[in-house]
Design a protein around this ligand. Structure first.
Ligand SMILES: [Zn+2]
Ligand SMILES: [Zn+2]
Length: 143
């Protein structure tokens, strides 16, 4: 808790990520795309800056007009989600053992969660429609 930098790595260790000034909490996305990608929900952790080693092992997949997802091409671990309009990335919290005690701060696309992904902790929730309406109000366009 309160660490300046947390260290993470993929399952095989080829990709290492150091995340500085981490958010200290998790934002969960329950959308259908995140579920196919990660196998369950996407637990996102963010930070002010990051350093990555093992770039040559990283594959990327553009999952929509507005987002790209990265993975380790050797072991298949998911690594991050990049929102293309801003370039901002969030990382899969499971890569970072140091994030094990981070609480869930927010859950989005909660209306798309299957029964077995429901979380009972007490935190703000937004439906997919609410998330998209908020993004549109902030000036992003989705087709
Ligand atoms: Zn790997
Ligand atoms: Zn999602």
């Amino acid at each position: 808790m309160g660490q300046d930098t947390i260290e993470g790595h993929c399952l095989c260790g080829a990709v290492q990520i150091a995340l500085s000034s981490p958010s200290g909490h998790i934002e969960v996305c329950q959308c259908d795309m995140c579920r196919r990608w990660s196998g369950a929900f996407y637990p996102a952790v963010t930070g002010e800056s990051f350093a990555i080693t093992g770039e040559d092992a990283i594959g990327t997949y553009q999952s929509s007009e507005w987002a790209e997802r990265a993975f380790c091409a050797k072991c298949g671990s998911g690594l991050w989600y990049r929102f293309l309009p801003t370039g901002k990335r969030s990382f899969l919290a499971g890569l970072f053992s140091d994030a094990d005690n981070y609480p869930v701060e927010k859950e989005i696309f909660c209306d798309e969660a299957p029964v077995w992904c429901k979380l009972d902790s007490d935190h703000p929730r937004q439906t997919g429609a609410e998330v998209i309406a908020e993004a549109r109000a902030a000036g992003f366009t989705f087709d």
